[in-house]
Design a protein around this ligand. Structure first.
Ligand code: ATP
Length: 594
């Protein structure tokens, strides 16, 4: 396997170019000429891409418009989540434009001055080149270290105790390998026992250490960090049933966001208190949901770890990549493929989902659209497919479940029961690919509110109505609420209060104190990463949507524990299976030694 998904990448899809809304469109650069103007007017580059490129050109003494075009395309690539520009591939995205025959980058003063880097056929803005090489070099240093010394007899005895509980061969092999490494990448889809494996690994490491081991359980979002902490604690309790004298770690584990782990600074969004000069104190750092970690954060994390600190990166490389630039986890998995020193252990057996959901996820992994459609259409208690393409049919399909879910949350909220209201939130989720437009979260949130308001019992009035489901959209360290956490507005003593689910307790706020929240009757698939619900409805956009990729569809489907319903058309399903997120990065090539 060379890619997270098992089919070769199709050639880059031709993409819809943006269309100017008029002469005043901000994306049109006034005063641009030549090639840059042509690519701008054609809708491939925006005025800000041009602006950055011409500034860089002016400062670096480069006048060749082909080089400036390449730089503008590199700026665009970063804007869209790539770390660099793959010059060979970008041409395919809009073949009708007047592409230069050659890119005179060798000898360009910009390349000579190191403002941009031209390497492996990829063009980098210097900052991203530095980040990518730093991540690669730090990983290489970690892998080149002598392995930790292990008391093998002690390890064998401990493994025997752990084996007595639920612990598959695959999980045991992953743990046995990880104990012997300073860096481990543990991959697997939802329910494959990653957390189970991490908990057992931690117990074994603590046993080997024979005493205090400083452990950090981190994740990109607060919600994921909380879940990791809870799940590890549950699994450690399970370990104690077969190994009562196992080190007691539960009280010592703290789930924290990567921002908090690294020491968030109010004065600087990209630098942290902990760095190469001020390393983290931890002996073990576990990072869950690593597929969501962008390149910048991975760089900051790697430089802040002590060389002898054990790093365990956990995640599912088939999921959507980070919002920011990079595709670090899938690059690591692909780049280490076949290397004898690969730190990757993959878990494949799914212990949680129902069989038909597993079959759907498996067909998606294989990229087999016919099989995906077969599973979707086969009679099943766990998977269903509503083939609908007109607005009325989609509304009819979504309304009953959305209203029932909203009503259940509202009932608990009016009965002053925040714990139940929050539990109701995890029973059902409506997932959309888009934020805006006919298939977007905003529209569906409004519609569900309108449908609920048609019930004479339910009062939806103002922003903070009782029963409003909430999604926190950014970290607020002062309030102790974090991006990805969920909540509900609940009646308390006749007033509305917002409750957010935290790791140990429900956090309670006067409405209005929380400003970075959205309504969550519907949620984007991007935001749903790291969470699951019992029943999930996935609303697919039309087949022309640029967001429709296999990673997106896979992420959505695997959010469901007991039932997933897909609403859309066969064409949309096929487009999703065929589409793969295209992010240019060089990390994979570097790791593979190319
Ligand atoms: N070997 C096993 N045998 C039986 N059940 C198992 C085994 N390993 C894990 N489980 C159970 O399967 C469920 C999923 O495991 P776990 O939470 O560790 O998976 P995960 O990969 O971390 O999932 P997610 O990423 O979705 O949280 C848990 O209820 C866990 O107790």
């Amino acid at each position: 396997m060379t890619e997270p998904f098992e089919t070769p990448r199709p050639s880059a899809p031709q993409e819809p170019l943006w269309e100017p809304t008029g002469e005043q469109d901000w994306r049109i650069a006034t005063g641009a000429t030549g090639l840059l103007a042509t690519f701008n007017e054609a809708g491939l580059l925006t005025s800000s891409d041009l602006h950055v490129a011409t500034r860089i050109g002016a400062l670096g003494g480069e006048e060749d418009e082909r080089v400036l075009l390449a730089v503008a395309l590199a700026v665009r690539a970063v804007r869209r989540g790539s770390v660099c520009l793959d010059l060979a591939a970008v041409r395919e995205t809009a073949p009708d434009l007047p592409w230069p025959d050659v890119w005179p980058l060798e000898g360009s003063p910009l390349v000579e001055a190191g403002v941009v880097r031209w390497e492996l056929g990829l063009l980098y803005l210097d900052r991203y080149h530095r980040l990518e090489t730093q991540v690669h070099d730090d990983l290489a240093l970690r892998l080149a270290q002598a392995p930790p010394t292990i008391d093998e007899a002690r390890l064998d005895a401990a493994l025997a105790k752990v084996r007595a509980g639920h612990f598959s061969r695959e999980q045991e092999a992953a743990v046995a390998a990880a104990v012997r490494r300073r860096t481990t990448i543990l991959t697997g889809g939802p329910g494959t026992g990653k957390t189970t494996t991490v908990a057992r690994l931690l117990a074994l490491l603590a046993d080997e250490a024979g005493g205090g081991l400083a452990i950090a359980l981190a994740a990109p979002t607060g919600k994921a960090a909380t879940r990791l902490q809870e799940a590890v604690a549950t699994e450690l309790a399970d370990v104690a049933t077969t190994w009562p004298e196992a080190p007691d770690l539960v009280g010592r584990l703290e789930g924290l966001t990567l921002h908090r782990l690294l020491g968030w600074r109010p004065d600087n969004a990209t630098r942290f208190r902990h760095d190469r000069a001020n390393r983290l104190k931890y002996d073990v750092v576990v990072v869950d949901e690593s597929s969501m970690v962008e390149l910048t954060m991975m760089g900051r994390l790697l430089e802040a770890l002590r060389p002898d600190c054990r790093l365990v990166l956990v995640g599912d490389p088939r999921q959507l990549t980070s919002v920011g630039a990079g595709a670090v986890l899938s690059d690591l998995v692909a780049g280490f493929e076949g290397r004898p020193d690969s730190p990757v252990s993959a878990l494949t057996e799914n212990f949680r989902s129902e069989e038909d959901i597993k079959a759907l996820a498996a067909a998606l992994r294989l990229g087999d659209a016919d099989e995906v459609l077969r599973v979707l259409r086969a009679p099943s208690e766990q998977v269903s497919f509503v083939e609908a393409d007109d607005e009325a049919a989609i509304e009819a399909a979504l309304r009953p479940d959305s209203v029932a879910a909203g009503r259940a949350i509202w009932a608990a909220a009016t009965q002053e029961d925040p714990a139940r209201a929050l539990a109701e939130l995890d029973r059902y989720r409506l997932l959309c690919a888009h934020r805006e437009g006919p298939y977007g979260v905003r529209r569906w949130n409004h519609l569900v509110e309108r449908w609920l308001a048609e019930d004479p019992d339910i009062e939806i009035w103002g922003e903070w109505y009782v029963g409003r489901p909430l999604l926190v959209t950014s970290n607020d360290y002062a309030l102790d609420v974090y991006n990805g956490e969920t909540g509900v507005v609940v009646r308390q003593d006749g007033r509305s209060r917002a409750f957010v689910a935290g790791s140990e307790r429900l956090k309670q706020f006067a409405p209005g104190r929380l400003d970075a929240v959205e309504t969550m009757h519907a949620m984007t698939i991007h935001k749903s990463q790291g969470s699951q619900a019992d029943r999930v409805t996935v609303l697919l956009p039309d087949e022309g949507s640029r967001l429709l990729t296999r990673e997106l569809f896979y992420t959505a489907v695997t959010r469901a524990r007991s039932h997933v319903r897909v609403v859309g058309t066969e064409a949309a399903v096929r487009a999703a299976v065929a589409g793969q997120a295209q992010r240019a990065t060089g990390l994979r090539l570097r790791l593979a030694g190319l």
